[in-house]
Ligand binder design. Structure first.
Ligand SMILES: NC(=O)C1=CN([C@@H]2O[C@H](COP(=O)(O)OP(=O)(O)OC[C@H]3O[C@@H](n4cnc5c(N)ncnc54)[C@H](OP(=O)(O)O)[C@@H]3O)[C@@H](O)[C@H]2O)C=CC1
Ligand SMILES: Cc1cn([C@H]2C[C@H](O)[C@@H](COP(=O)(O)OP(=O)(O)O[C@H]3O[C@@H](C)C(=O)[C@@H](O)[C@H]3O)O2)c(=O)[nH]c1=O
Ligand SMILES: [Mg+2]
Length: 293
């Protein structure tokens, strides 16, 4: 199986490439300058040239706050480009796997969000990612959208690396304690993506297609996540840093984040038998990998 994935230095594309090497699956990454998602017409020729069996749409405009002041650019990258990839996938008769986000939800639900809940994004980033989901569904039936959340890894930029970087120069960090969600380890997303890719490349069953939620197991808050990061860091010889829990209102940002973005993984578990590790277990793997670098 030959897998084409968009993005070359991002968290998920790097993880998929690494896992493909372990499993003997050919993974081709394409990104800037060969393709530019802000110019969706740049996609068709390189994608066709790669002749993939499956296309994974991972690259995105992920700067949540900056998106508030660049809505048109974010919409081209997160909305139009996935739609164009879906059109190309349909014309090649191959499945499209795409990553979306917990930020499509408003965050005011009491319980965990499942796939039947109505998205209503509170941010430009969330709205443009929802536009991507809709453009995909309009252009092909042969798709799987995995909505994930709070992605971290040894690669790229993420909350774990930000905390460890800030901790080098500070003894205390204020972190919001009233946003609830679940961290997801990019190498585990890669495993889920390649499992799903192998199944849908071989099986036309419509039940395998559509939208699924995929996050680490369990739930936490950003403050509790940060505290656990520093506890794990201390175990590996890192510096102790105190995390002060604060309210979102005391940490103003351009983009509004959901107070509750917990996603239920029950559908993916029942249809694909996939379930990710409890988030503290995955975090310890990431901390091991970071300590080894
Ligand atoms: N990070 C998170 O917490 C979450 C992410 N997701 C979704 O998961 C997917 C993967 O996320 P993640 O791996 O963290 O993303 P990253 O931000 O780590 O990587 C994004 C990738 O997209 C590329 N990219 C950005 N703009 C363009 C462009 N105009 N043309 C071509 N490539 C471009 C970047 O390239 P370059 O570095 O050169 O700019 C980078 O390789 C995304 O679709 C995201 O929306 C969902 C939930 C949570
Ligand atoms: C750096 C920092 C952040 N925070 C808060 C801000 C925010 O509410 C929360 C997390 O910060 P981040 O900047 O990592 O959050 P953010 O970039 O919004 O993370 C999101 O990225 C996109 C791509 C997604 O799809 C989401 O699932 C989610 O992972 O922590 C603090 O309270 N203190 C701090 O020192
Ligand atoms: Mg961010």
């Amino acid at each position: 199986m030959r897998v084409l994935i968009t993005g070359t230095e991002g968290q998920v594309d790097t993880s998929v490439k690494a896992l493909g090497e372990q499993l003997g699956i050919e993974v081709i990454r394409i990104g800037l300058p060969d393709i530019d998602l802000s110019r969706p017409d740049s996609l068709e020729a390189p994608v066709r040239a790669a002749s993939p069996d499956v296309i994974i749409s991972s690259a995105a405009y992920t700067a949540v706050d900056k998106a508030e002041s660049e809505p048109d650019l974010a919409r081209r990258i997160n909305g139009d480009a996935p739609g164009e990839l879906a059109r190309i996938a349909a014309s090649l008769n191959v499945p499209l796997l795409h990553l979306s986000t917990d930020y499509v939800f408003p965050g005011d639900k009491d319980g965990v969000y499942d796939e039947a809940d109505t998205p209503e994004p509170a941010s430009v980033y969330g709205a443009t990612k929802l536009a991507g989901e809709r453009q995909i569904a309009a252009n092909t039936d042969n798709f799987v959208i995995l909505r994930t959340a709070w992605v971290y890894s040894p690669y790229g930029n993420n909350f774990v690396k930000t905390m460890l970087r800030l901790g080098k120069t500070r003894d205390e960090i204020n972190v919001v304690a009233d946003q609830h969600g679940c961290p997801t380890y990019a190498p585990e997303i890669a495993r889920a993506l390649l499992t799903v890719a192998q199944k849908i490349a071989a099986d036309p069953d419509p039940k395998l297609r559509g939208i699924f939620h995929l996050t680490g197991t369990g739930e936490t808050t950003w403050a509790d996540f940060a505290e656990t990061i520093f506890l794990e860091s201390v175990k590996r010889g890192g510096k102790a840093v105190k995390v002060n829990p604060i309210a979102t209102s005391d940490y103003p940002t351009p983009a509004k984040r959901p107070a509750n973005s917990r996603l239920s993984g029950a559908k993916l578990h029942s249809i694909y038998g996939l379930q990710l590790d409890p988030w503290p277990v995955s975090l310890s793997y990431c901390m091991d990998a970071l300590a080894a670098t």
